[in-house]
Design a protein around this ligand. Structure first.
Ligand code: 5GP
Length: 190
């Protein structure tokens, strides 16, 4: 049975790294390509990593009901999941995965409560703090702001169906793929 899987978690928990690992090692997982108003970073390809849109184009997607969810992330740019592609993947019997922020995950839960919601958690609070403030380049105020949001984000765990602890990237990725009901033998998938 095809089920949409939503992966979310606190900032700096390593969602991006775990997603990249899944992309590379488990090609049977289908990743939604989000729309965003953020400008591309070097190496990012339009239509592959994101659909890079202007504010007006993003407004149009909202107005036409084309987004399954959308949110302003880190108080800056807008990100959203194009609905049609996800629905097509579900209809096709594939294995769609959304890697989105917590606000977006809550919206998907309203729209598709039957989806599987996976929370990626840090091994400990101390480790999350290390990952969050790792470079030590931020001001004391910025550091406190990040830690305060991390506390709030961690409290969202109870809203999720399952928790995967990101102690080691490959193990966490395998666990998520297993929860999706897919074969987790990496060699067989290559
Ligand atoms: P980045 O700008 O570093 O690629 O992504 C920043 C954050 O945006 C990540 O935490 C990611 O989970 C979130 N994000 C990416 N795409 C979407 C989306 O379609 N919807 C929502 N709500 N968040 C997204």
């Amino acid at each position: 049975m095809t089920r949409l899987t939503v992966l979310a978690g606190p900032t700096a928990v390593g969602k991006g790294t775990v997603s990249a690992y899944i992309r590379e090692h488990f090609p049977q997982v289908w990743f939604s390509v989000s729309a965003t108003t953020r400008p591309p970073r070097p190496g990012e390809v339009d239509g592959v990593h994101y659909h890079f849109l202007s504010d007006a184009e993003f407004d149009e997607l909202i107005a036409s009901g084309s987004l399954l969810e959308y949110a302003v992330v880190h108080g800056r740019h807008r990100y959203g999941t194009p609905r049609a592609a996800v629905e097509a993947e579900i209809a096709r019997g594939g294995s769609p995965l959304l890697e989105i922020d917590l606000q977006g995950a809550r919206q998907v839960r309203e729209a598709m409560p039957e989806a599987l919601f996976v929370f990626l958690a840090p091994p400990s609070w101390e480790e999350l703090v290390r990952r969050l403030v790792g470079r030590g380049t931020e001001t004391q105020e910025e550091r406190e702001r990040r830690l305060a949001s991390a506390k709030i984000e961690l409290a969202a765990e109870s809203e999720f169906d399952r928790t995967v602890v990101n102690t080691e990237v490959g193990a966490a990725a395998g666990e998520i793929v297993g929860l999706m009901g897919l074969n987790t033998d990496e060699m067989e998938n290559l």
